[in-house]
Design a binder for this molecule. Structure first.
Ligand code: SF4
Length: 78
């Protein structure tokens, strides 16, 4: 019973969060939270971390972040 409640709460929070995300990034966020796709999760996490400024991910200066080496949008530019 508690898991059902937690899942409902999660869905409510996700719906609220989606409304706050720039429209062009909602699809990747939904893919991350609805399919548990790891690549989508990393992409969505980095986008959210960098305030949805996709082009700034390449300039991320947090060298100790566990996602630094796998952050998106850096192919051929590292
Ligand atoms: S790699 Fe950079 S942009 Fe991605 S989560 Fe870590 S600190 Fe944020």
């Amino acid at each position: 019973m508690e898991n059902v409640t937690s899942e409902n709460l999660r869905r409510q929070k996700i719906s609220k969060r989606i409304a706050e995300i720039p429209k062009k990034y909602r699809r990747i966020y939904k893919k991350a939270v609805e399919t548990n796709n790891k690549s989508a999760a990393i992409e969505a996490f980095c986008l959210e971390c960098i305030c949805w400024q996709k082009n700034e991910i390449i300039n991320c200066s947090c060298l100790t972040c566990p996602l630094f080496g796998v952050r998106p949008y850096t192919k051929g530019q590292k």
